[in-house]
Design a protein around this ligand. Structure first.
Ligand code: 5GP
Length: 192
């Protein structure tokens, strides 16, 4: 998506450790006009499938998923980071290792909000090693719902999450794929 690539080039900051900061339009301040264009683009890309729920993980995914969901006219469900153990069996749960925080979270989704009839689109801001996507896919599997695809705003193509998911047959659609980036020069190269 050209508009997104231009914005990443203009405002993205490459940090050491393969981290791209996009706080000025995505992860801290949010450019709503850009998010609406992103929502329209995901709707166009996934127009061939029926979607009944959008699934993401808190916190950064929520605002993005909420705007995208307006174009699909479906609810957003977000997996919650949880400290409590699933004692009464009322939630689906899995573990997600955070790329940016380097720790493992238990995440849960109430059984009330995902069921075998659901056709789910996973939406997230970044795809790096694929741990967040893996966790959300585990939860979809546990619920018996159908995974229709994964919509990612920025995929770091030099990390293996996207490759692994596609090899497993998961439909991954990323609006910008970064092939390489350099924290010394600030250069970012996109895959086309
Ligand atoms: P993964 O689980 O695929 O390794 O990482 C994806 C998650 O980590 C995303 O939900 C995102 O919040 C965070 N993340 C991974 N890489 C980056 C990055 O380069 N920049 C930012 N801002 N977040 C990232």
């Amino acid at each position: 998506m050209k508009l997104l690539e231009e914005r990443i080039r203009k405002d993205g900051v490459v940090k050491a450790g393969n981290v791209l900061k996009v706080d000025s339009f995505l992860n801290h301040q949010i450019d709503i006009d850009l998010m609406n264009e992103i929502g329209k683009e995901f709707k166009r890309i996934f127009s061939d499938v029926e979607i009944t729920k959008i699934l993401t993980v808190e916190a950064s995914g929520i605002a993005i998923a909420a705007i995208v969901a307006q174009y699909f006219k479906v609810p957003v469900v977000f997996a919650k980071k949880s400290q409590s153990i699933n004692l009464d069996g009322s939630v689906y749960s899995t573990k997600i290792e955070s790329f940016t925080h380097k720790r493992v979270y238990d995440v849960i989704v109430s059984k009330k909000y995902l069921s075998p009839e659901d056709k789910v689109l996973v939406v997230d801001d970044f795809l790096a090693n694929g741990c967040a996507a893996d966790g959300l896919i585990d939860i979809i599997k546990e619920s018996g719902a159908t995974l229709e695809g994964v919509g990612i705003i920025i995929e770091k193509g030099f990390q293996d999450g996207g490759k692994r998911l596609r090899e497993r047959g998961v439909r991954v659609e990323s609006l910008a794929i970064i092939d390489s980036m350099n924290d010394k020069t600030g250069e970012i190269f996109f895959r086309h």
